[in-house]
Design a binder for this molecule. Structure first.
Ligand SMILES: N[C@@H](CCC(=O)N[C@@H](CS)C(=O)NCC(=O)O)C(=O)O
Length: 208
Protein backbone atom coordinates (compact mmCIF):
# COMPACT_ATOMS: atom_id res chain seq x y z
CA UNK A 1 0.00 0.00 0.00
CA UNK A 2 1.07 3.60 -0.49
CA UNK A 3 0.20 6.77 1.39
CA UNK A 4 -0.20 10.05 -0.49
CA UNK A 5 0.13 12.93 1.90
CA UNK A 6 1.46 16.42 2.55
CA UNK A 7 3.11 16.44 5.95
CA UNK A 8 2.38 20.00 7.04
CA UNK A 9 -1.36 19.94 6.26
CA UNK A 10 -3.69 19.14 9.17
CA UNK A 11 -5.61 16.13 7.84
CA UNK A 12 -2.40 14.37 6.75
CA UNK A 13 -0.97 15.22 10.16
CA UNK A 14 -3.81 13.29 11.86
CA UNK A 15 -2.67 10.18 9.99
CA UNK A 16 1.03 10.93 10.51
CA UNK A 17 0.57 11.09 14.30
CA UNK A 18 -1.54 7.91 14.23
CA UNK A 19 1.31 6.14 12.42
CA UNK A 20 4.00 7.70 14.60
CA UNK A 21 2.30 6.50 17.80
CA UNK A 22 1.85 2.98 16.46
CA UNK A 23 5.30 2.83 14.86
CA UNK A 24 3.96 2.28 11.34
CA UNK A 25 6.06 3.18 8.31
CA UNK A 26 4.59 3.11 4.83
CA UNK A 27 5.72 3.84 1.32
CA UNK A 28 4.82 7.53 1.13
CA UNK A 29 4.62 10.23 -1.53
CA UNK A 30 4.27 13.93 -0.80
CA UNK A 31 1.64 15.76 -2.84
CA UNK A 32 2.64 19.40 -2.57
CA UNK A 33 -0.57 21.39 -2.05
CA UNK A 34 1.41 24.64 -2.33
CA UNK A 35 2.29 23.68 -5.89
CA UNK A 36 -1.30 22.48 -6.53
CA UNK A 37 -0.06 18.96 -7.23
CA UNK A 38 -3.40 17.63 -5.96
CA UNK A 39 -4.93 18.76 -9.27
CA UNK A 40 -2.43 16.95 -11.51
CA UNK A 41 -3.87 14.31 -13.81
CA UNK A 42 -1.68 11.66 -12.24
CA UNK A 43 -2.99 12.40 -8.72
CA UNK A 44 -6.60 12.79 -9.89
CA UNK A 45 -6.33 9.24 -11.19
CA UNK A 46 -5.50 8.15 -7.63
CA UNK A 47 -7.91 10.44 -5.76
CA UNK A 48 -10.52 12.25 -7.86
CA UNK A 49 -11.37 14.32 -4.74
CA UNK A 50 -7.98 16.06 -5.18
CA UNK A 51 -7.28 15.91 -1.45
CA UNK A 52 -4.75 14.34 0.90
CA UNK A 53 -4.33 12.01 2.62
CA UNK A 54 -5.13 9.04 0.39
CA UNK A 55 -4.17 5.44 1.03
CA UNK A 56 -3.89 3.34 -2.12
CA UNK A 57 -4.25 -0.35 -1.33
CA UNK A 58 -2.68 -3.26 -3.15
CA UNK A 59 -6.23 -4.37 -4.06
CA UNK A 60 -6.60 -1.27 -6.21
CA UNK A 61 -9.00 0.39 -3.73
CA UNK A 62 -8.17 3.84 -2.40
CA UNK A 63 -9.24 5.29 0.97
CA UNK A 64 -9.49 9.08 0.92
CA UNK A 65 -10.74 10.06 4.38
CA UNK A 66 -8.72 10.12 7.59
CA UNK A 67 -11.40 8.14 9.42
CA UNK A 68 -11.31 5.39 6.80
CA UNK A 69 -7.50 5.33 6.64
CA UNK A 70 -7.11 5.09 10.43
CA UNK A 71 -9.80 2.43 10.62
CA UNK A 72 -8.09 0.36 7.93
CA UNK A 73 -4.61 0.74 9.43
CA UNK A 74 -5.90 -0.15 12.90
CA UNK A 75 -7.10 -3.44 11.43
CA UNK A 76 -3.74 -4.16 9.81
CA UNK A 77 -1.67 -2.91 12.78
CA UNK A 78 -3.73 -3.70 15.90
CA UNK A 79 -0.88 -3.11 18.41
CA UNK A 80 -1.12 0.06 20.51
CA UNK A 81 -4.82 0.55 19.62
CA UNK A 82 -5.93 4.10 18.92
CA UNK A 83 -9.57 3.47 18.03
CA UNK A 84 -10.71 2.21 21.42
CA UNK A 85 -10.47 -1.00 23.41
CA UNK A 86 -13.90 -2.42 22.55
CA UNK A 87 -16.87 -1.92 20.26
CA UNK A 88 -18.40 0.88 22.33
CA UNK A 89 -15.12 2.80 22.60
CA UNK A 90 -14.53 2.42 18.87
CA UNK A 91 -17.94 3.97 18.20
CA UNK A 92 -17.16 6.78 20.62
CA UNK A 93 -13.75 7.49 19.04
CA UNK A 94 -15.24 7.55 15.53
CA UNK A 95 -18.01 9.82 16.81
CA UNK A 96 -15.45 12.23 18.23
CA UNK A 97 -13.38 12.20 15.04
CA UNK A 98 -16.49 13.13 13.06
CA UNK A 99 -17.52 15.83 15.53
CA UNK A 100 -14.02 17.36 15.79
CA UNK A 101 -13.80 17.48 12.01
CA UNK A 102 -17.17 19.19 11.62
CA UNK A 103 -17.00 21.65 14.48
CA UNK A 104 -13.25 22.26 14.84
CA UNK A 105 -11.45 21.63 11.55
CA UNK A 106 -14.28 23.16 9.49
CA UNK A 107 -14.39 26.30 11.66
CA UNK A 108 -10.65 26.90 11.07
CA UNK A 109 -10.92 25.92 7.40
CA UNK A 110 -13.79 28.38 6.89
CA UNK A 111 -11.63 31.18 8.29
CA UNK A 112 -8.61 30.15 6.25
CA UNK A 113 -10.26 29.51 2.92
CA UNK A 114 -12.85 32.28 2.69
CA UNK A 115 -10.33 35.13 2.52
CA UNK A 116 -7.20 35.96 0.53
CA UNK A 117 -5.96 35.02 -2.91
CA UNK A 118 -4.46 31.66 -2.09
CA UNK A 119 -7.90 30.03 -1.78
CA UNK A 120 -9.72 32.17 -4.34
CA UNK A 121 -12.39 29.92 -5.93
CA UNK A 122 -11.16 27.13 -3.62
CA UNK A 123 -13.21 27.82 -0.52
CA UNK A 124 -13.68 24.07 -0.14
CA UNK A 125 -11.20 21.36 -1.12
CA UNK A 126 -12.05 19.35 -4.21
CA UNK A 127 -11.95 19.51 -7.98
CA UNK A 128 -14.79 22.05 -8.38
CA UNK A 129 -14.59 25.83 -8.12
CA UNK A 130 -16.16 27.09 -4.88
CA UNK A 131 -16.45 30.84 -4.37
CA UNK A 132 -15.34 32.43 -1.12
CA UNK A 133 -17.98 33.76 1.27
CA UNK A 134 -16.20 36.40 3.40
CA UNK A 135 -18.91 36.26 6.10
CA UNK A 136 -17.77 32.74 6.92
CA UNK A 137 -14.51 34.14 8.29
CA UNK A 138 -16.14 35.83 11.28
CA UNK A 139 -18.61 32.97 11.67
CA UNK A 140 -15.64 30.58 11.73
CA UNK A 141 -13.93 32.69 14.39
CA UNK A 142 -17.06 32.58 16.58
CA UNK A 143 -17.45 28.84 16.04
CA UNK A 144 -13.81 28.26 16.94
CA UNK A 145 -14.13 30.27 20.16
CA UNK A 146 -17.20 28.20 21.09
CA UNK A 147 -15.37 25.01 20.15
CA UNK A 148 -12.45 25.86 22.47
CA UNK A 149 -14.88 26.63 25.33
CA UNK A 150 -16.87 23.42 24.81
CA UNK A 151 -13.80 21.23 24.54
CA UNK A 152 -12.33 22.88 27.62
CA UNK A 153 -15.48 22.00 29.62
CA UNK A 154 -15.18 18.40 28.46
CA UNK A 155 -11.47 18.25 29.26
CA UNK A 156 -12.24 19.49 32.79
CA UNK A 157 -14.07 16.21 33.39
CA UNK A 158 -11.55 13.69 32.01
CA UNK A 159 -7.96 13.19 30.93
CA UNK A 160 -8.82 11.51 27.59
CA UNK A 161 -11.89 11.95 25.42
CA UNK A 162 -12.68 8.22 25.39
CA UNK A 163 -11.80 5.71 28.11
CA UNK A 164 -8.70 6.17 30.21
CA UNK A 165 -5.95 6.20 27.61
CA UNK A 166 -4.93 7.99 24.44
CA UNK A 167 -7.05 7.52 21.31
CA UNK A 168 -7.18 9.11 17.89
CA UNK A 169 -9.88 11.43 19.24
CA UNK A 170 -7.27 13.03 21.50
CA UNK A 171 -4.77 13.27 18.64
CA UNK A 172 -7.38 14.92 16.41
CA UNK A 173 -8.18 17.43 19.14
CA UNK A 174 -4.49 18.35 19.40
CA UNK A 175 -4.17 18.70 15.62
CA UNK A 176 -7.21 20.95 15.32
CA UNK A 177 -6.01 23.17 18.19
CA UNK A 178 -2.63 23.51 16.45
CA UNK A 179 -4.32 24.08 13.07
CA UNK A 180 -5.90 27.20 14.58
CA UNK A 181 -2.45 28.84 14.42
CA UNK A 182 -2.88 28.93 10.62
CA UNK A 183 -5.51 31.63 11.18
CA UNK A 184 -3.52 33.23 14.03
CA UNK A 185 -5.83 31.81 16.73
CA UNK A 186 -4.70 29.93 19.82
CA UNK A 187 -6.40 28.16 22.67
CA UNK A 188 -6.95 30.95 25.22
CA UNK A 189 -5.32 30.84 28.67
CA UNK A 190 -8.82 30.61 30.17
CA UNK A 191 -9.11 27.10 28.63
CA UNK A 192 -6.61 25.60 31.07
CA UNK A 193 -8.02 22.06 30.89
CA UNK A 194 -7.81 22.06 27.09
CA UNK A 195 -4.22 23.34 27.22
CA UNK A 196 -3.39 20.59 29.73
CA UNK A 197 -4.98 18.02 27.40
CA UNK A 198 -2.78 19.24 24.53
CA UNK A 199 0.32 18.87 26.71
CA UNK A 200 -0.80 15.37 27.78
CA UNK A 201 -1.23 14.23 24.17
CA UNK A 202 2.11 15.70 23.09
CA UNK A 203 3.80 13.88 25.97
CA UNK A 204 2.16 10.57 24.99
CA UNK A 205 3.44 10.74 21.42
CA UNK A 206 6.88 9.34 20.66
CA UNK A 207 9.42 11.77 19.23
CA UNK A 208 9.17 11.94 15.43
N1 LIG B 1 -12.00 13.99 3.21
C1 LIG B 1 -10.74 14.26 3.62
C2 LIG B 1 -10.49 15.76 3.65
C3 LIG B 1 -9.04 15.98 3.58
C4 LIG B 1 -8.69 17.40 3.31
O1 LIG B 1 -9.52 18.34 3.37
N2 LIG B 1 -7.42 17.59 3.03
C5 LIG B 1 -6.89 18.88 2.69
C6 LIG B 1 -5.55 19.08 3.38
S1 LIG B 1 -5.77 19.24 5.14
C7 LIG B 1 -6.65 18.94 1.20
O2 LIG B 1 -6.26 17.95 0.60
N3 LIG B 1 -6.87 20.10 0.57
C8 LIG B 1 -6.68 20.22 -0.83
C9 LIG B 1 -6.90 21.62 -1.31
O3 LIG B 1 -6.88 22.53 -0.48
O4 LIG B 1 -7.06 21.79 -2.51
C10 LIG B 1 -10.44 13.62 4.97
O5 LIG B 1 -11.28 13.61 5.87
O6 LIG B 1 -9.34 13.12 5.09
Amino acid sequence: MKLYTFDIAPNPRRVALFMQYKGITLDTQQIDLGKLEQFSDSYKAINPDCSVPALALDSGDCLVDVVAICSYLEGVYPDKPLLGADNLERAQVLGWMHRLYLSGFMAVADMLRNQGDMFKDRALPGPDKVEQIPALVSRGRDRLAGFFRQMNSICETRDYLVGDSLTQADIDLLVVCEFAAWVKETVPESCAALLAHMARVRAALPAS
